[in-house]
Design a protein around this ligand. Structure first.
Ligand code: HDE
Length: 756
């Protein structure tokens, strides 16, 4: 009788023989073998590479040449191998004692494959876990040169950058469009080392001292017992904290404004929040606040739209950024600075520049543009780049220094510390995405995940064995030297300056700077969020905080909650409003805006074709929406359908153009019949999914255009042609014309009468 183990072993040899290159005989293997017949799943040979598949990378993701050593570490070769490079003939079957037998511990390939998989995840960021990123370039205008000697700020210098946008509270898999602050972190790979500008889309913060960061985050994160709600501030612990701790009022107000639900990462401002200190070649220092100004303007979603998106497309912002870059609609921001004299008081027009809950209105200190950021490439690998990128406020270059803002000082500790855990040790700076483009000679050695092979015997200073190298630089050879800012003689104490006690004048400034539409949104946001709280005492306390901002705001939220409004708080003189804080009232470029074109086979397809081209020509994205996928129209000149009535939801579109006719029949809008009691079919007319699409777009203030038979859809949706933001026209071109003008203002807010 044949030994089953021997038979199985023979089989393996046969398969190996079969899989190896012809002519590459395995020594000692039996002679010619017949092809195996009884294996259900044979390994297939490698597929030919796709045109856009690369061979082994020889540059790092940031474009830095990495040399032969790095190239050897990248994936290469056509054959599947073990991690050690041994070729494999099968990766679909465990090594077993017979086809139906137990799996053998000996199977090193199985163990390597599963073990690596088991360890694929790293801890997510404790905050800002959910993010999306892109590569780009920063081009300096040179206008910062008088105040900073940073080489990358000199005129015309181009610096590669990597930017990561994020939400704060949610886990890695949470939805993009939740109400939250957004992170805006930029890594500049300058010739003098990495500079990280780790900012947010809101210019102030909840707390004035880093020691309270665990408190505010514990309050905002899901409740510790049931771990709900995910990525929300609409719950008791958040409102408990921010109402007991009124220095959070200003940031909370920004969160409740439209800034908390951006339309796109491409349409967000960014702020360094803290005051930084720049120093020029002469050693003169200037205090500054950093601003990123998006070329596409600052735009937001409306709350219902954000909520729908969180379900329909939780990757809304991530997708938007990647799609725009892939389509060549590269988003751009201008970096700007507000400058203030570096006086011992560190105060500008009565505003304490070390207090991160305060802004300086742009009308008082204009934002001066110093360079242009263009995001022009998507990451190739989410984990290697977006997940492993490590930002740190301490990544500074000569010409940029920090101030004594106590929030900033604590952050200087936190980022490096958190990365030790998150990235598994002290060598994360060697990861391609984190690697500086400047030469490194740091005498840091060994540690977990050390990938460099250091040469030399003397990683210490002074030494004589490595020729004394590395040498110390001086200011004339590009050393980073801290600005010798004076520290006033003082005592050690746990205390904040008296100016930090003013918690309400700037929330009031923000409120007074809002348009009626924006105020209405703020009222609705507070009413929603507090309405989600269970504790009555928290709602009542929140109203007393709102009374300190504005009595109308307080009264309206109180009415929404069904609670009495407390009396207005004591108020000193009102600050002058800052129109720059409002998002509304200006026209912006249309690049990358998405126009949905609703059509069916009976629509004016010539109009659809021409309007689609015109939308493209205007730098926007046309998406044809039809009853079913594929194409509509004649076979010799079909119109390609990008979205169907099933896959299209209003949140995807910035504007709608309606071309179709409600024709009965399988391919028309009127395809739906309803059965009534006696079994007879009654036509219900236009497909309700289109009516929902149009009604939602209308409710969310979006521009809607219709021509020819499309007008019937508007009528069926109950939308009059004389309503603001609705364009009815005789032909497609005229409909689009009216639409683009409206789109430049983002939404037709004048459609609604604000409640305040
Ligand atoms: Fe952060 N913050 N933060 N933060 N922060 C982190 O660092 C922290 C603050 C910001 O895309 C963490 O690598 C403290 C203000 C962004 O990778 C952590 C304090 C601002 C990102 C951390 C603050 C920010 C982070 C978590 C109070 C705007 C995402 C993972 C003093 C100016 C960066 C990590 C990315 C991430 C600490 C407050 C921006 C824990 C202690 C204010 C954009 O180190």
């Amino acid at each position: 009788k044949k030994n089953p183990v021997k038979a199985a072993a023979d089989k393996v040899v046969e398969k190996v023989q079969d899989a190896v290159d012809p002519g590459n005989e395995i020594p000692g293997a039996p002679g010619p073998v017949p092809p195996p017949v009884d294996e259900p799943t044979e390994p297939t040979g490698p597929l030919p590479p796709k045109p856009d598949q690369h061979g082994p990378e020889t540059v790092s993701p940031t474009g830095q040449p990495t040399g032969a050593e790095q190239a050897r570490m990248a994936q290469s070769g056509a054959y599947l191998t073990t991690a050690q490079g041994a070729r494999l003939y099968d990766t679909d079957h465990s090594l077993k004692a017979g086809a139906r037998g137990p799996v053998l511990l000996q199977d090193h390939h199985l163990r390597e494959k599963i073990t690596h998989f088991d360890h694929e995840r790293i801890p997510e960021r404790v905050v800002h876990a959910r993010g999306a990123a892109a590569h780009g370039v920063f081009q300096a205008y040179g206008t910062a040169a008088p105040v900073s000697k940073a080489a990358f700020l000199a005129k015309g210098v181009e610096t590669p950058v990597f930017v990561r946008f994020s939400t704060v509270l949610g886990s890695r898999g949470s939805a993009d469009t939740v109400r939250d602050t957004r992170g805006f972190a930029t890594k500049f790979y300058t010739e003098e080392g990495v500079f990280d500008l780790v900012g947010n889309n809101i210019p102030v913060f909840f707390i004035q001292d880093a020691i309270k960061f665990p408190d505010v985050i514990h309050a905002g994160k899901p409740h510790p017992d049931r771990e709900i709600p995910q990525a929300q501030s609409a719950h008791d612990t958040f409102w408990d904290f921010v109402t007991l701790h009124t220095e959070a009022t200003h940031h909370t107000l920004w969160n409740m404004s439209d800034r908390g639900i951006p339309r796109s990462y491409r349409m967000m401002e960014g702020f360094g929040v803290h005051t930084f200190r720049l120093v020029n070649a002469e050693g003169d220092s200037t205090l500054v606040k950093f601003h990123w100004k998006p070329k596409l303007g600052v735009h937001s979603l409306v709350w219902e739209e954000a909520q729908i998106a969180a379900g329909v497309d939780p990757d809304f912002h991530r997708r938007d950024l990647a799609d725009a870059i892939e389509a060549g609609a590269f988003p751009q921001w201008e970096l700007g600075i507000q400058t203030f004299p570096d006086t011992p008081e560190q105060n500008f027009a009565g505003i304490d520049l070390l207090d991160p809950t305060k802004i300086v209105p742009e009308e008082m200190a204009p934002v001066q543009p110093i360079g242009l950021l263009t995001l022009n490439a998507n990451p190739s690998n989410y984990f290697a780049e977006t997940e492993q990128v490590a930002f740190h406020l301490g990544h500074l270059v000569p010409g940029i220094d920090v101030t004594d803002d106590p929030l900033l000082q604590g952050r200087l500790f936190s980022y490096l510390d958190t990365q030790l855990t998150r990235l598994g040790g002290p060598n994360f700076g060697q990861l391609p995405i984190n690697r500086t483009h400047a030469p490194v000679n740091d005498m840091l050695r060994d540690g977990m995940h050390q990938t460099a092979v250091h040469r030399g015997v003397a990683p210490y200073r002074p030494n004589s064995l490595d020729g004394g190298c590395p040498f110390l630089a001086g200011e004339d050879t590009g050393a980073f030297v801290e600005v010798p800012a004076e520290v006033a003689a003082s005592v050690k104490e746990r205390k904040a300056p008296a100016s930090f006690d003013d918690h309400f004048s700037q929330p009031r400034l923000f409120w007074l700077s809002m348009t009626p539409t924006e105020r209405e949104h703020i009222i609705a946001a507070y009413t929603f969020e507090l309405g989600k709280c269970y504790e009555q005492a928290i709602k009542e306390r929140a109203l007393t905080v709102l009374a300190n901002i504005d009595s109308e705001l307080c009264a309206q939220v109180a009415a929404g909650l069904g609670l009495p409004a407390p009396a207005a708080g004591a108020r000193v003189t009102d600050p002058a409003p800052s129109p720059a804080l409002s998002q509304l009232g200006r026209a912006w470029p249309l690049d990358g805006r998405i126009v949905g074109i609703v059509a069916d086979a009976h629509a004016d397809l010539d109009g659809v074709r021409s309007v689609r081209q015109a939308v493209l020509d205007a730098g926007m994205v046309p998406l044809v929406i039809a009853p079913a996928g594929g194409t509509i129209g004649p076979d010799d000149d079909p119109v390609t359908v990008q979205r169907t009535f099933t896959t299209a939801r209003s949140i995807e579109f910035d504007a709608l153009l309606i071309a179709g006719a409600p024709a009965p029949g399988a391919d028309g809008y009127g395809a739906r019949d309803a059965k009534v009691d006696d079994g007879a079919a009654v036509a219900v007319g236009i497909d309700p999914r289109i009516l929902l699409l149009v009604a939602e777009a209308f409710r969310h203030g979006k521009a809607i255009g219709a021509w020819a038979a499309g007008l019937e859809i508007l009528e069926a949706a109950g939308i009059g042609s004389d309503v603001p933001g609705v364009v009815t026209a005789d032909d497609a071109a005229a409909a689009l014309d009216g639409l683009t003008d409206l789109l430049a203002h983002h939404r037709a807010w004048e459609r609604f009468t604000p409640a305040v």
